[in-house]
Design a protein around this ligand. Structure first.
Ligand code: ADP
Ligand code: MG
Length: 620
């Protein structure tokens, strides 16, 4: 048999390598941003068109390249960052494998323009699918510009594999944030489809966090700092009360490189322990500086995992440093644990005359008298041996009603009817609607109706009411907006901003009018009528949190998700006190709904405890 093994041509080898290095436009953005940083740039411009499918451009004012280096930079394993194996243990740069440019050039049309600072003339090179098409001298500013056109033009399967523009754009944003966040000493300008999207001026880490994630971070951050022989930690954690329902801003960096590390993430969470509710996530931005010799450098270029030599020690140091930051801020948890314990019956309406309770006693009563006269005597003193009607029980819970309708005290009870379990659906809602409900633990509403003890989950009920109202508003389309005299400015995180832009049509239908500005800021010109007096930022952020959760958990369309998330965010929280008028209004509105028994997210709103269930409680 003849020999059959041959070396692959470079272009094929590069294309194969590209499959690993450049999975999507965002990977190219990451590599090119990192190259600009390694080149010592302090001004970087990123231009993205069509979510990176048609154009990505990165312009830096870094060191630039000579004519020969410019040509060499596209070769595989061509790097200026390491020379010998030992250098692997002292890596201070973001890149070192010399693979990125070769990979990108294998699957795109790349134009490089570069000039060293002390030269008058620079170089231009055009490479398409690993083939050099043109190399010439040009006049160009000092530094480097890479233009990547038609990514995956020669690998149609991969191009078709790209996700919707919003998804690809989200990945690009995230890569941009990961790089920009930890380099606050570099200024960035980010254009998306000819729109200036983000402008970041040089400043401190705190200023960078605020610029990227919103001004409200200004009062949310606690500084973390700890210097040890194993690791230096510097950064911020969010105050416990700012923890959010979805994993929001959680960033670890090691030597200026973004990493994901579940074990170290746990160190931060355990420091927060008890300070935040289960199921909420604190935000953190922590930069670890570790001797490069103590990390495993042989990491895959696109992976974000890192192995530390002293993982356990680093865990303890992070945990202690975060605890200290939290401890300095507040020694005791800020959560009011008492709210849940109190049985909260509503206070009487203002102006009600409070009468002392009347005590009936029998002056002739002798406890040592063992005869049946006792019962008689009691009866004579006004204790009737009459079964209380459901109405009367209801009134004993809702004592206000006693003043409104004295006649009900004398309601005669039909014994048979009262104990029967026959369920009359038509009357059921009516009974509920006409009952007066009291608050239990600021969480449930309770009333006694004909069918038994009715319990309403307050939050689920409110969700139903709001969902119906927002559905109606969004069907009216547009007519429902309340214009603001002065627009309110909101700054969101990049992810939230991206999502908000995607949801603009649905939010407009509800009555919101947003105008997108740069740096994830928005001006709000109009809101649904119910929200005209509210502070919008927490509402929008909370709504987007629920939207993201619903996206993960429920299969529902955008419109329904927006309505549902808005209803969830605005619904009355556990522990929040409602006055009787509010309770009555909620009950009335609930029974206006066509679906009063189920919340829009499928939770039961009403539970009935039947008289026989109550009886079972007393059966010993
Ligand atoms: P690596 O970054 O791993 O060295 P790359 O393929 O990303 O590999 O880049 C190859 C080489 O090209 C780099 O080592 C660097 O010398 C040069 N280079 C790439 N981008 C730039 C840039 N923006 N400015 C200056 N030199 C660059
Ligand atoms: Mg590189």
């Amino acid at each position: 048999m003849t020999d059959i093994i041959n070396l692959l041509p470079d272009s094929v080898a590069n294309q194969i390598a590209a499959g690993e290095v450049v999975q999507r436009p965002a990977s190219a953005v990451k590599e090119l941003l990192e190259n600009a940083i390694d080149a010592g740039a302090d001004e970087i411009k990123l231009i993205v068109k069509d979510a990176g499918k048609t154009l990505l451009q990165i312009i830096d004012n870094g060191c630039g390249m000579s004519e020969t280096d410019a040509r060499m930079s596209f070769e595989r394993h061509a790097t200026s960052k390491i020379h010998k194996a030992d250098d692997l243990f002292h890596i201070q740069t973001m890149g070192f494998r010399g693979e990125a440019l070769a990979s990108i050039a294998a699957i795109a049309q790349v134009e490089l323009k570069t000039k060293l600072h002390d030269r008058d003339i620079g170089s231009k090179i055009i490479v398409e699918g690993s083939k050099v098409i043109e190399q010439s001298e040009i006049i160009t500013p000092s530094g480097t510009s890479f233009t990547i056109k038609n990514l995956f033009f020669n690998t149609p399967a991969r191009r078709n594999f790209l996700k919707a523009p919003i998804v690809e754009m989200r990945h690009i944003n995230e890569e941009f944030i990961r790089v920009a966040l930890i380099h606050p000493n570099i200024s960035f300008v980010f254009f998306e489809d000819d729109r200036k999207k983000i402008i970041l001026t040089k400043g401190s880490l705190k200023q960078r966090i605020i610029a990227l994630f919103g001004k409200n971070y200004n009062s949310k951050l606690l500084s973390v700092e700890e210097n040890t022989t194993v690791v230096d930690i510097k950064g911020f954690v969010g105050k416990p009360e700012t923890a959010r329902k979805t994993r929001g801003e959680q960033y670890f960096f090691v030597n200026h490189r973004f990493i994901k590390h579940p074990y170290l993430n746990h160190a931060v969470l355990s420091a927060f322990n008890e300070l935040i509710f289960d199921g909420s996530f604190p935000s953190y931005f922590l930069h670890l500086k570790v001797d490069p010799a103590n990390i495993d450098v042989n990491i895959h270029p696109t992976k974000t995992e890192v192995n530390f030599k002293d993982e356990k020690a680093i865990y303890s140091i992070i945990r202690a440093a975060v605890k200290m930051a939290l401890g300095k801020y507040s020694l005791t948890p800020q959560i009011d644990f008492d709210v849940e314990q109190s049985l909260n019956l509503n206070p009487p309406p203002a102006g009600t005359e409070i009468r002392p309770p009347q005590i009936h006693y029998n002056p002739d009563y002798n406890p040592f008298e063992q005869n049946d006269d006792r019962k008689k005597t009691v009866d004579n003193n006004g204790f009737h041996d009459v079964k209380l009607s459901s109405r009367q029980i209801s009134n004993s819970l809702n004592w206000q009603e006693l003043y409104k309708n004295d006649a009900s005290n004398f309601e005669i009870v039909d014994d048979k009817k009262d104990d029967s379990e026959v369920f009359d659906e038509a009357n059921f809602s009516l009974h509920l609607k006409n009952s007066v409900f009291s608050s239990l633990n600021n969480r449930w509403l309770v009333s006694v109706i004909h069918e038994g003890l009715a319990i309403i989950d307050r939050q689920a009920a409110h969700e139903r009411v709001l969902f119906d109202r927002f559905s109606a508003l969004s069907e009216m389309s547009k007519g429902s907006s309340q214009r603001k005299i002065f627009p309110e400015r909101l700054q969101l995180s990049a992810t939230d901003a991206e999502l908000l832009i995607d949801l603009l049509p649905e939010l407009n239908a509800l009555g919101f009018e947003f105008n997108a500005l740069i740096n994830n800021e928005f001006d709000v010109y109009g809101t649904p009528p119910d929200l005209s007096n509210e502070i919008l930022l927490p509402i929008i952020e909370g709504m987007l949190d629920y939207y993201k959760l619903n996206q993960m958990e429920l299969k529902i369309d955008k419109r329904r998700n927006v309505l549902l998330s808005m209803a969830k965010k605005l619904s009355v929280r556990q522990g929040q006190e409602l006055v009787q008028e509010e309770i009555n209004a909620l009950i009335n509105a609930l029974f206006e709904s066509a679906l009063p028994a189920k919340s829009p997210s499928g939770k039961d709103i009403i539970a009935i405890i039947s008289p026989s269930e109550v009886a079972a409680k007393f059966r010993n």
